[in-house]
Design a protein around this ligand. Structure first.
Ligand SMILES: Cc1cc2nc3c(=O)[nH]c(=O)nc-3n(C[C@H](O)[C@H](O)[C@H](O)COP(=O)(O)OP(=O)(O)OC[C@H]3O[C@@H](n4cnc5c(N)ncnc54)[C@H](O)[C@@H]3O)c2cc1C
Length: 419
């Protein structure tokens, strides 16, 4: 099988890179093992929420100079303010084209409500999610919060307490439906995606609307866990129309229903553009000649090679198997690419769980053009994008999605500019 570009990893970075390339007419394949970090998404994409010294970022673009000084190896450090904003704008546009409706801008962070009621800086929040321009208040003074009876992956009491602390009175209710009874027969089935599936049917949303209408009283907004349908994308809008009130959802514990939806929408868009998505396949081997990769082999395709002019490594970090740790070293398991990490194992992590963990910043070494290195030499046609890159801490700096999207677009442009 011959392509212009083969991308290994079908998470946010792989998909965005593939979409950008396919839009330019490149023949592109994505080999994707399975779940990506999107399946755990909070409902918001983060660009830059904090600097490495812990200070909060209001405007990601304005914070670039300080970031460059504190973390010269951060993936953003290679971008001027203009380039950073242009890549972010392009990323937001691609999302929109794929059918992912979002709110937000790269010029100024807004705040999303986490499942435990904290407010965190965000770049793009998926439509229908609770968000606020302020870090310490919500847009309403009086809300009603509804949770499915027996759904334990949603902490209504935490949310209620935290909202009260922010000056928003919150009345909490549970609701039950015959459709929920079926799922509840097995406690392990009471998970967000299963609950969301029952709301793919309009009749179930109608029943929920009736329950809410009977209890909502004078609440300015109705808040729910993010479970209003998997295939159905307009559950929030539908309820709003039925109730005549503002309706918004809050992230649950994983699996993330909006994350599943976004992954599906991006994949469909990539396929509509002519891209080939090998779902459930794993890249397991390669051939190289000199400093070039000439073929990639996968588990499902055996000795049939994936041949391409360029390859993109978007296999994520430890979480997705893009990096692996042994007792004494960190490696990139597919190509054996060089990894940037601290040699002393004792320095890989801090016993204080809440401190930045060094291992979170480990990743595959690249040159300025984002090409991977092996034994100190650049691999000419192997680019790296997303969470596989070193030099940043997605959790502490709140920059995971931003790094994935911006570097994926950057890599795509570098590949296109070679022609
Ligand atoms: C649990 C979790 C939650 C997060 N939540 C958020 C959030 O809410 N907002 C935010 O901004 N950021 C979040 N992040 C940060 C996240 O890293 C980025 O947002 C981004 O989604 C990462 O995308 P990626 O494509 O670089 O990597 P990944 O999403 O990790 O995708 C890598 C993909 O490569 C596949 N793969 C790996 N090896 C192979 C192989 N050999 N062959 C084929 N496929 C392979 C994996 O199966 C996976 O699908 C989260 C990260 C984690 C770990």
């Amino acid at each position: 099988m011959r392509f212009d570009t083969v991308i290994i990893g079908g998470g946010l970075a792989g998909l965005i890179c593939g979409i950008r390339l396919a839009k330019q007419g490149e023949r592109c394949a994505i080999i994707s093992l399975g779940h990506s970090a999107l399946h755990f998404s909070s409902g918001s994409l983060e660009l830059l929420g904090a600097l490495p010294d812990g200070s909060t970022v209001v405007s990601p673009a304005d914070a670039l100079d300080a970031l460059r000084q504190m973390a010269p190896e951060h993936p953003y450090a290679r971008y001027s303010r203009e380039r950073f904003l242009a890549l972010a704008a392009e990323g937001a546009t691609l999302m929109q084209e794929a059918g992912v409706a979002t709110f937000g801008s790269a010029e100024q962070n807004h705040y999303r409500l986490t499942p435990v009621g904290a407010m965190k800086p965000a770049w793009l929040t998926f439509e229908g999610y609770v968000h606020s321009p302020n870090a310490d208040s919500l847009p309403w003074k009086n809300v009603a919060l509804f949770n499915a009876e027996g759904f334990l992956d949603f902490y209504a009491q935490f949310l209620k307490d935290e909202m009260l602390r922010m000056g928003t009175k919150c009345a909490a209710y549970t609701f039950n439906l015959p459709e929920l009874e079926q799922i509840r027969q097995n406690p392990t089935e009471m998970r967000s995606a299963n609950i969301a599936r029952i709301f793919d049917k309009r009749e179930t949303l109608d029943k929920l609307a009736d329950i809410i209408a009977a209890k909502m009283d004078d609440a300015e907004a109705i808040l729910l866990p993010a479970v209003l349908g998997v295939d159905c994308k307009d559950g929030v809008r539908y309820l709003e129309q039925k109730l005549g009130r503002k309706v918004a959802v809050i992230a649950t514990l994983p699996p993330s229903v909006p994350g599943l939806q976004v992954q599906t929408l991006l994949r469909r868009y990539f396929q509509e553009l002519g891209g080939v998505y090998m779902l459930g396949d794993t890249a397991v081997g390669y051939k190289s000649e000199g400093n070039k990769i000439t073929a990639v082999y996968t588990r499902n395709h055996g000795d049939i090679p994936f041949l391409a002019t360029n390859y993109v490594l978007a296999t994520g970090s430890f979480f997705s198997g893009g990096l692996e740790a042994t007792n004494d070293r960190i490696c990139e398991p597919l190509f054996g690419a060089d990894v940037q990490y601290v040699a002393d194992r004792g320095e890989w992590y801090d016993r204080d769980l809440f401190k930045p963990q060094a291992y979170e910043s480990f990743g595959v070494k690249t040159d300025e053009l984002l090409r991977a290195m092996r034994q100190g030499q650049v691999i000419d046609n192997l680019y790296v994008a997303g969470a596989t890159l070193p030099g940043f801490n997605a959790v502490k700096e709140g920059c995971g999605a931003g790094v994935s999207i911006l570097t994926a677009l950057d890599v795509a442009e570098r590949i296109l500019s070679k022609k």
